[in-house]
Design a protein around this ligand. Structure first.
Ligand code: PXG
Length: 285
């Protein structure tokens, strides 16, 4: 039996797991999602991901037709059925099938999709040697246009920046906000370290409030490292001693070059390495 995908309470074989071409999730990117890691068969920080999913849905006037408890059970069941230990859960809620017009009132029921699959990770050398970023010319969505705090199905802002990164030979790209401040990367939050202090852009810099970002802030607390959520410029990144990214897929990954400038020593720094070790200890023990 192939991979089993949950759609509205029913499990379908991956090849038969289908959604209407009239779904407003497809027609307009009208929907929300979450990307969650599982370790040892257990969804990591599931409660936080569900809280964020519900917040995203509320922000776009989308009612999720399940309780958080039922969604928790459905996620666990999907992981168990597919025997996924260390993997990835993609939770999607779309507006549902409607007419060929924007009006969300003319759609049927929201569609709830849960995919649990294996994950293709960054190669281990990125964690050993660090990766390189370029700043995208595509700026992050203005929060008053489409808040980056909403994890919506409209990811074109990030995808356009990702393409710029890939064209420059980088797997991630740095995105600035409308004020020219550092916001985040296309699918990861960013931290810099200078003189033993961690800095990361605050929510009002127009970022997705990453769950891995929160985990790293907790781990830094345990390591007695000060963390400040402050506006950062590219200058702060260029002159940092260390830089790293956080995200569900990437976990904690060092950055050693930004816009062709070497960051710190050009190698993953000691604080980054310590946080990577702490993150692995937390998720793999
Ligand atoms: N910023 C953006 C714009 C994101 O999309 C993060 C930060 C990190 O958030 P979390 O909560 O994951 O720490 C994200 C999350 C993928 C993938 O398939 C992308 C994300 C998460 C999981 C998988 O590329 N982005």
């Amino acid at each position: 039996m192939g991979l089993q995908v949950y759609i509205n309470g029913t499990y379908f074989d991956k090849d038969d797991a289908k959604i209407s071409v009239y779904d407003h999730g497809l027609l307009y990117g009208d929907g929300v999602f979450e990307g969650i890691r599982s370790y040892g068969g257990k969804a990591f920080r599931l409660e936080e991901h569900l809280d964020r999913l519900w917040d995203s849905a509320r922000a776009i006037w989308l009612e999720i037709p399940l309780t958080k408890e039922a969604m928790t059970d459905a996620v666990n069941e999907t992981l168990a059925r597919n025997k996924i230990d260390d993997g990835y859960v993609r939770l999607v809620v779309t507006r549902g099938a409607g007419t060929l017009g924007l009006d969300p009132n003319r759609t049927s029921n929201p569609q709830v999709i849960i995919i649990a699959d294996r994950i293709s990770l960054y190669p281990e050398e990125f964690y050993d040697q660090g990766l390189e970023l370029v700043t995208a010319s595509t700026i992050r969505n203005h929060p008053a246009a489409l808040s980056p705090r909403i994890k919506s199905l409209n990811y074109l802002n990030n995808i356009l920046a990702k393409i710029e990164g890939l064209q420059a030979g980088c797997v991630e790209a740095l995105m600035l906000n409308t004020k020219g401040e550092v916001a985040e990367c296309t699918g990861d939050n960013i931290f810099v370290v200078r003189d033993g202090v961690l800095r990361t852009p605050p929510t009002d810099a127009g970022i997705l409030e990453g769950i891995t970002r929160d985990v790293v802030i907790e781990l830094a607390g345990e390591a007695e490292l000060p963390v400040r959520e402050v506006a950062l410029t590219r200058h702060d990144v260029y002159v940092a001693n260390e830089c790293f990214l956080t995200g569900s897929a990437a976990e904690v990954v060092p950055v050693v070059k930004v816009d062709n400038r070497v960051i710190g020593s050009g190698e993953p720094g000691p604080i980054t390495r310590d946080l990577i070790a702490r993150f692995r200890q937390l998720t793999r023990s």
